[in-house]
Design a protein around this ligand. Structure first.
Ligand SMILES: Cc1ncc(COP(=O)(O)O)c(C=O)c1O
Length: 482
């Protein structure tokens, strides 16, 4: 082949590979119907997950709009959101002040990337977070998720504790994220899989202060303890209030750093900015994400005591060890979060979370009295509530049990899946499930929730539960057969 022909061939190959593939446009994306979305989800995202979406009835829903407490689907049906993105939607969907600040930011063609020039938005947000945080929790690292914030927290703790204290204590039923580092302190068998995790960890029961003291006393290599203040993934579990001051004292005594994961329970959800503020104590390092992005931006933050931060990264030589990644402190996410913090206080949403949350708990307690054989426990604080059903795996009538087992091993006997699916199908209400405890429904409505929303939710749940467990299960099974 001549040199010329060779070049021609190269050019043809190059231009062919640069031809625009059959890309969908934004308008095409908006116009996808549920069937096509399902196909694409199975082909390109997660076919196994689609199985669960089908069980819960999500495969028939296309969301066209979301505003305040509601989603609106393709048929104009309004769905009340008591799931709240596992605590990601403090302001509900598309809060007008959040939309406005983002619109303005775009119109003014503001800059985004904050890793070359200093960012006025990242610095202002860091200042705001320090102002919202008690004690000397003053130093802030920005990432794009809760996992990234927790990675930063665990790395900071390890460096500040020093090489002689490399061990980290974590709790049973904890959830701190699925990235490789924090997986070592996340207690979910499912998530941990067969991954090779760092071996410097020690697990203790959550809320057991004696177990913590025993661990600290017997192992001087322990340098940090990582705990959610309220366990979310574990099914909304709180420790006894006396636990936290004792923990603080033990940490001080044994020179152990306390990392408080507030990714789900923080940001006003329990009625205080941080859940640990209910107990009058301050951790050494904490983390926020979810609602920090006001339902519009992917942003997480680690907030640390200044002396701890300086110990780890306080010199020019150490400063870049864990400096921000590409999207850390990105402009529009920061202005979104700045406005969010202002809205949180201006609209007194923490007070509302405490008041309306207490009302929700009261109304759920009434339902528990009414259905003592169905509801086992109602628990939580503010807008972070767990509703636990009795385990029916052994008590369902023999005729129903095999039908249920056939549908899905995981939902067997777990009423929460059936209740959740029927709440969505028949009552237009969305609730959340709990991976570690399939009998628990998690209720984490936006902090803008009002009593009328609680009443609507309670009426829906009451109507459903009044049908009785067997009818609920049979209906669910029938819906899956059809
Ligand atoms: C307590 C807690 N920590 C960390 C994470 C991880 O956050 P993300 O999913 O944003 O990575 C979560 C997420 O559910 C969480 O609930």
């Amino acid at each position: 082949m001549s040199a010329l022909a060779n070049n021609d061939a190269k050019e043809t190959t190059t231009s062919a590979s640069l031809a625009k593939p059959p890309l969908l446009s934004v308008e095409d994306a908006k116009a996808l119907d549920v069937g096509r979305m399902a196909d694409l989800f199975k082909e390109h995202i997660n076919p196994g997950q689609f199985h669960f979406m089908k069980l819960l009835g999500f495969h028939k829903v296309k969301i066209e709009r979301a505003e305040g407490m509601y989603y609106t689907d393709q048929n104009g049906r309004k769905i009340l959101d008591f799931f709240g993105g596992f605590g990601s939607l403090a302001f509900g969907h598309n809060h007008p002040r959040i939309l406005e600040v983002r619109r303005k930011f775009q119109e003014e063609k503001r800059h985004e990337i904050g890793i070359a020039f200093m960012s006025q938005y990242a610095t202002a947000l860091a200042k705001n977070l320090a102002a919202c945080s008690p004690g000397d929790l003053d130093m802030v690292f920005f990432g794009s998720s809760g996992s990234e914030a927790m990675e930063a927290a665990v790395k900071l703790a390890e460096r500040a504790a020093g090489p002689k204290k490399p061990k980290i204590v974590y709790a049973e039923n904890s959830f701190h994220g699925k990235t490789k580092g924090v997986l070592a302190v996340t207690d979910g068998k499912l998530y941990r899989g067969e991954f090779l995790l760092t071996g410097n960890t020690l697990r203790v029961p959550f809320g057991d202060i004696d177990a913590v003291e025993n661990a600290f006393r017997s192992d001087p290599q322990i340098g940090a303890i990582v705990l959610e203040t309220v366990q979310g993934g574990g099914g909304i579990i709180e420790a006894d209030p006396s636990y936290w001051p004792k923990l603080r004292r033990l940490c001080d005594h044994y020179g152990v750093l306390w990392v408080a994961d507030e990714v789900q329970c923080g940001y006003g959800r329990t009625g205080r900015f941080y859940a640990f503020e209910h107990y009058g104590v301050v951790p050494d390092i904490t983390a926020l994400a979810k609602s920090l992005g006001a339902g519009k931006a992917a942003i997480g933050a680690m907030i640390a005591r200044r002396d701890v931060y300086m110990k780890a990264y306080g010199t020019p030589k150490t400063a870049m060890i864990h400096a921000m990644a590409t999207f850390g402190g990105i402009g529009e996410a920061c202005v979104t979060a700045i406005e969010g913090l202002n809205v949180l206080y201006d609209e007194r949403l923490m007070e509302n979370a405490a008041d309306t949350g207490a009302y929700l708990l009261k109304r759920l307690d009434e339902l528990k009295e009414k259905y003592p054989r169905i509801i086992k426990e109602v628990r939580g604080r503010g807008c972070m509530v767990g509703l636990e059903f009795h385990d029916f795996s052994q008590t369902l009538p023999a005729v129903v049990r095999p039908m249920v087992a056939m549908l899905d091993e995981k939902l067997k006997g777990s009423l929460s899946g059936f209740v959740g699916a029927l709440l969505l199908r028949d009552h237009n209400v969305l609730v959340a499930f709990t991976e570690y405890n399939r009998n628990v429904i998690r209720l984490e409505p936006p902090l803008i929730v009002q009593r009328e929303h609680v009443d609507a939710f309670i009426t829906a749940l009451d109507t459903l539960l009044s049908r009785g467990v067997v009818a609920i299960v049979k209906d669910f099974v029938k819906s899956q057969m059809g």
